[in-house]
Design a protein around this ligand. Structure first.
Ligand SMILES: [Zn+2]
Length: 59
């Protein structure tokens, strides 16, 4: 029997399920990633982060 019926989501980055945390109580509906790391990962998907060029030629 489940004592805690915590909601869960699946992280789209690492594809792992994660459950509700107290720190997300305020914004659980807005939480998509299991961690800050994954949240950052989605901003740089698979690409080499070894390109510290702030002046990216991204026109
Ligand atoms: Zn994740």
């Amino acid at each position: 029997m489940k004592k805690r019926d915590l909601p869960t989501k699946t992280c789209p980055v690492c594809h792992r399920p994660f459950s509700w945390r107290k720190k997300w109580a305020e914004n659980w509906h807005d939480v998509k990633y299991c961690s800050n790391r994954c949240r950052r990962e989605k901003n740089s998907p698979g690409k080499n982060a070894a390109a510290p060029s702030p002046n990216n030629s991204h026109t």
